[in-house]
Every structure is written in structure tokens, then in C-alpha cells.
Design a binder for this molecule. Structure first.
Ligand SMILES: NC(=O)C1=CN([C@@H]2O[C@H](COP(=O)(O)OP(=O)(O)OC[C@H]3O[C@@H](n4cnc5c(N)ncnc54)[C@H](O)[C@@H]3O)[C@@H](O)[C@H]2O)C=CC1
Ligand SMILES: O=C(O)CCC(=O)C(=O)O
Length: 541
């Protein structure tokens, strides 16, 4: 049974999807302190949040059970993504469900600013009738500047064009040709764009680049009487600078749905003249909430029960069907990594992974991450898994590169890895027989056919008669049963260097290893421990 914690308001439709899933148990709590969220997460496999819950580094630290965070909405700035990745937790969101509602809120705020709806309403409530003072401006024929031409930005553009506005925009990730298809004149520089508008709206995520994007310096270059709207994130428009500009009259009106602190304790901007404020209502419609809740519920269910990764922020997305196809390859990568971690000595320098044949057409990045998780699993105190392994490797200066060739060799699919440590190089290759029989097909220069599960007794030796009998007797005397044996000879020639990989049942006592090592034709005896063949794939390992 998987346990899903929900700490913010989620629409009943989403809750029902989760309640109807027999594999999922719900833990719904709201108004928790960060410490209470941290405690509650200890018994959760996944969490669904909106914008109120803050998943900081402290909250996410040491949560071995937690595998996934789903944000029912777009902005993930309330989640410490780097910390989640380090802790091996997948972060996913629902990018499209609230686009229309947020675009509509933007237009509603723009129209309200243009026609002074806020002050008109407030003064009517006070019993006043201030027609002259509240004369507005028409939006038709005016220029709207949109910063951030993603889902919401483009949806706002479409609506503004319906209101007969000229739309100009800035987005470093959008081409002028594509912007033109939407009827938007694209500017190359934000500094130029802001000079040419009557209304300005921001629709970017909050990042280091977008924090204070609209500041005193840029406001100074804008047309006098410009109106500014922020339905994206608090901090994209600098709050103090906007308050100054409203007080000076440079900005004729501003509307903010989002604030640097929510709810805002600092009331200066909210109390500034011609300032219209809403309490983060962009996505607060029945329709948007139902859509994001349904999607969030499906995302967490499919992730926990089918390993599907949808709309991931810190991983490659993979559908359920793709994941089913990838599973044996991810497992093979993980086992090759585990195998090589026990074959190598000294600190790791670099890793090269080569994908050949059918596997080269798959999401090899995930297989590489799984390989890295296997390779590093014994090296760290922290749990290393497919989400965080490459981050750990990078932090330690271990260079992992991959190459691919769809041309098959003798095997239809082959994963080969070479690990270089300060002590030298070691390589191994593996394949999949049938659906999911994983095989070690090469160790350094020796071709083999060994099982990649259970205990593997490996020794190098000179290829002389009688040795197999000797080893069999030694292991038999120690009550160790041999399940399978693979021999590899250099260039497949008799009499030279050779290697043996014995899949054995149960443990091999130290004394048996010492006896095998004592044979004059044997060198480098090693016992490698792999998970049993039947161990279910926990792809996050
Ligand atoms: N008020 C509310 O309730 C809601 C607010 N939001 C906010 O709106 C933001 C935008 O949402 P979507 O349009 O769905 O996201 P999106 O990812 O579709 O679009 C974001 C756009 O911003 C652009 N961008 C990134 N950095 C930029 C920069 N430095 N300058 C200019 N453009 C830049 C990207 O290229 C992208 O086109 C979200 O990040 C979220 O914070 C989203 C939903 C509801
Ligand atoms: O959950 C909410 O209502 C906030 C929506 C939002 O800000 C987002 O999706 O980024």
C-alpha cells in the first residue's frame, strides 16, 4: 500500500481518484507547520501540494520513504528542487490545467485597472458617486507587453488580441517567427520592450534571472501612466520599486495576484495608490482546480503503481508503456553498476557507457542514471538512486559519458561500461535474453555468459586441466552448491589466461575462498554480491 500525503486544498475530484485506488492510502492534513510536514512525510511515499506548503531543504532532508512530490499547479518555487533531487525525490507538476484561468485572471485585472473597478467598487460601498475621478482608459488600440510567452503568456496574448490590443513580447526561448504566428511582435531585449507599452504583464517562473526583472531602473524608462500586472510570482516585479512608482504617479495602476510573502505582512505595496491586489487567485476557479487535482492524482498514482514519470521537473519524463519496456534495461544498468562497484578499487575518475543495438534507441539517460546508482550505492551514506546518482557523481568530479550505436553486434542489445579509477580500468558488458534474463557477457577482455544475480565467485586462472574439478571439490567440501558456471578465455584460445564466473547458491565461507586462492594456477579471487534474480525492480534504487 502506498501512502500519499496531501497538505493543501485539493478539489474533491482529485481526492476521489486517489480514494478509489485500492493501492493508495490517503493522509489529508492542512495547516501543518514545516516541522509537522517533515514528520508527516516520514510515513509518505508521495505528497501532493499547491502553493501554501513549502518543501524546503530542511523538510525534505532524510526522508527515505518519500519518492515523489506532485505540485497541483505550475510554479514549483515552493519546492527546493536541488534538495529534492539530492534526496532522490522526483518532482512533477500539472502544467496546463490552470492556464486558461490564470490568463483570464490577468485579463480581469488588466480590465479592472483600465476601468478603475477596484476603487469604483470601494467608493460605492462608502456611499460615494465619483464618476469624474474614476474615468478610465480604453484597452482597444493600446499596446500590451508580455514578458514570458509560455502557456499563460500566449493565452493572455490571444485574449488581448480579441480586445483589439497590439501585443508585443519578450521571451529568450521563443523565436520571432513563432511569435509572429501568434501575432506578437517579439523584442530581443527586455529593456527595449518595456519602453513601448501601455500595459505590461509578466508570465515567467521566478528564477535568479527573473527576480526583480521589473525594477526602478526599468520602470523609469517606461511610458508615463503605464499599468503593470503580475499574476506570475511575487518578486518578478520589485515590490518596493513598484510602490514608489505608484506613489510618484509614474505607474498609473498596478495589479498583483502574487507576493514575495503570502499572505504579505509588509502592506506598503498593497496600500499604495491605484494598487489592486488579489490573494493568489489566478488558478482559483472550479474548473482549474478540478483539472489540476485530477491530473495531480493521476500523476502520483501512475508514478507509484506504474513507475510512470509525467511532467517531471528534475527527471526525464517516461510514460507507463515506455517504463515497462525500459525496466529490464534499467535493471541491467543498475546491476552492471553494482557489479563494477565491487570489481574496482580506488577513487572513481570517469565512466564510459556504450549502448549498442536496440537499447541505443531507448531513453539511455535513465539507464545511465541507474548504472550510476548501482556504481555509487556502496559509496555514500545517503541513499543513491536513479534521480540523484548523476548529481552525486558530478559533485565528486566523476565524469560519466555515454555513446550510442543502433548497429547491433552479435547480440541484439548490449550495454558496456568502463570504469576508470586511480588504480586502473575495469569493464563489463551485459545483455538481456528474452524478456528479462540479465546476463554478464564480458568482463574486461573475456567473453562470458554468466547470470547477473545472487553470489558470483570470480577467479582468474591459467587455463589448465583439472582446475574445475579442484574448485568444485573445494566448494563441495564447504557445502556450497554451484548453480551455473561461465568460463572465458583470452581470444578463446586454450592454455592461456582465463576467467571463471560461478553463480553459487548461498554464502561462500572465507575458508573456501582462501582454498580456491591457494591453487598455484589461480589469482584474483572475488566474491561479488548481486540482488537475487527475483528481486522486484525498485527503479528508484
Ligand atoms: N497566479 C497564479 O495562480 C498562477 C501563477 N502561475 C505562474 O505563472 C508562471 C508561468 O506559467 P506558464 O505560462 O504555465 O509557464 P510556462 O513554462 O509555460 O511559461 C513560462 C515562460 O517563461 C519564459 N521565460 C523563462 N525565463 C524568462 C526570462 N528570463 N525572461 C522572459 N521569459 C522567460 C519561458 O521561456 C516560458 O516560455 C508560472 O511559473 C507560475 O509561477 C501559474 C499558474 C497560476
Ligand atoms: O495552487 C494554486 O492555487 C496556485 C497556482 C499557482 O500559482 C501555480 O500553479 O503556479
Amino acid at each position: 500500500m502506498y501512502r500519499v500525503l496531501i497538505t493543501d486544498n485539493l478539489s474533491p475530484a482529485g481526492l476521489k481518484v486517489l480514494e478509489d485506488n485500492p493501492e493508495i492510502e490517503l493522509d489529508i492534513r492542512s495547516g501543518l507547520s514545516p516541522e509537522e510536514v517533515r514528520e508527516a512525510l516520514k510515513s509518505a511515499d508521495g505528497i501532493i501540494i499547491r502553493s501554501a506548503t513549502k518543501l524546503t531543504e530542511e523538510v525534505l532532508k532524510d526522508q527515505p520513504r518519500l519518492k515523489a512530490i506532485v505540485r497541483a499547479g505550475v510554479g514549483v518555487d515552493n519546492i527546493d528542487r536541488a534538495a529534492a533531487t539530492r534526496e532522490g525525490i522526483v518532482v512533477m507538476n500539472t502544467p496546463a490545467g490552470n492556464t486558461t484561468s490564470t490568463a483570464e485572471q490577468t485579463i480581469a485585472l488588466m480590465m479592472s485597472l483600465a476601468r478603475n473597478i477596484g476603487p469604483a467598487y470601494a467608493t460605492m460601498k462608502e456611499g460615494k458617486w465619483e464618476r469624474k475621478k474614476l474615468t478610465g482608459t480604453q484597452v482597444a488600440g493600446k499596446t500590451l507587453a508580455i514578458i514570458g510567452l509560455g502557456r499563460i503568456g500566449l493565452s493572455v496574448a490571444q485574449r488581448a488580441q480579441g480586445l483589439e490590443m497590439k501585443v508585443i513580447g519578450y521571451d529568450p526561448f521563443m523565436s520571432a517567427e513563432r511569435a509572429a504566428e501568434y501575432g506578437i511582435e517579439l523584442y530581443k531585449e527586455v529593456d527595449e520592450l518595456v519602453k513601448h507599452c501601455d500595459f505590461l504583464t509578466v508570465h515567467t517562473p521566478l528564477t535568479d534571472e527573473t527576480r526583480d526583472l521589473i525594477n526602478a531602473e526599468r520602470i523609469a524608462t517606461m511610458r508615463p501612466g503605464v499599468r503593470i500586472i503580475n499574476c506570475a510570482r511575487g518578486g518578478i516585479v520589485n515590490e518596493d520599486d513598484l510602490a514608489d512608482a505608484l506613489e510618484s504617479g509614474k505607474v498609473a495602476g498596478a495589479a498583483c495576484d502574487v507576493f514575495t510573502q503570502e499572505p504579505p505582512e509588509n502592506r506598503r505595496l498593497i496600500n499604495a495608490p491605484n494598487m489592486l491586489a488579489t490573494p493568489h487567485l489566478g488558478a482559483s476557479t472550479d474548473e482549474a482546480q478540478e483539472m489540476v487535482a485530477l491530473e495531480a492524482a493521476e500523476i502520483i498514482s501512475d508514478f507509484l503503481t506504474k513507475n510512470e514519470i509525467r511532467h517531471a521537473i528534475n527527471m526525464i519524463p517516461v510514460s507507463g508503456a515506455e517504463m515497462a519496456d525500459l525496466k529490464p534495461h534499467i535493471e541491467l544498468g543498475h546491476r552492471l553498476g553494482l557489479f563494477l562497484s565491487q570489481q574496482t578499487k580506488g577513487s572513481l575518475k570517469n565512466v564510459q557507457i556504450q549502448y549498442r543495438g536496440e537499447v541505443a534507441e531507448k531513453q539511455t539517460k535513465l539507464i545511465t542514471s541507474s548504472f550510476a546508482a548501482g556504481l555509487l550505492s556502496n559509496a555514500f551514506e545517503a541513499d543513491v538512486n536513479i534521480v540523484n546518482a548523476t548529481v552525486f557523481a558530478k559533485e565528486r568530479g566523476i565524469d560519466i559519458s555515454e555513446s550510442r550505436s543502433t548497429e547491433a553486434g552479435t547480440l541484439s542489445t548490449l550495454i558496456s561500461a568502463t570504469v576508470e579509477t586511480e588504480d586502473g580500468k575495469c569493464s563489463a558488458a551485459g545483455t538481456i535474453f528474452g524478456q528479462d534474463f540479465l546476463r554478464l557477457t564480458k568482463l574486461d577482455e573475456f567473453y562470458l555468459d554468466a547470470y547477473l544475480d545472487g553470489n558470483l565467485l570470480i577467479y582468474r586462472h591459467n587455463d589448465v586441466p583439472g582446475l574445475i574439478g579442484y574448485i568444485g571439490t573445494v566448494l563441495g567440501n564447504h557445502n556450497v552448491n554451484i548453480a551455473h558456471m561461465a568460463l572465458g578465455r583470452l581470444q578463446n584460445q586454450p592454455g592461456g589466461e582465463a576467467i571463471a564466473v560461478l553463480n553459487v547458491d548461498g554464502e561462500v565461507p572465507e575458508a573456501a575462498i582462501a582454498e580456491v586462492s591457494s591453487h598455484k594456477e589461480v589469482s584474483c579471487v572475488k566474491l561479488i554480491k548481486m540482488p537475487p534474480a527475483t528481486a522486484p525492480l525498485s527503479w528508484l534504487q
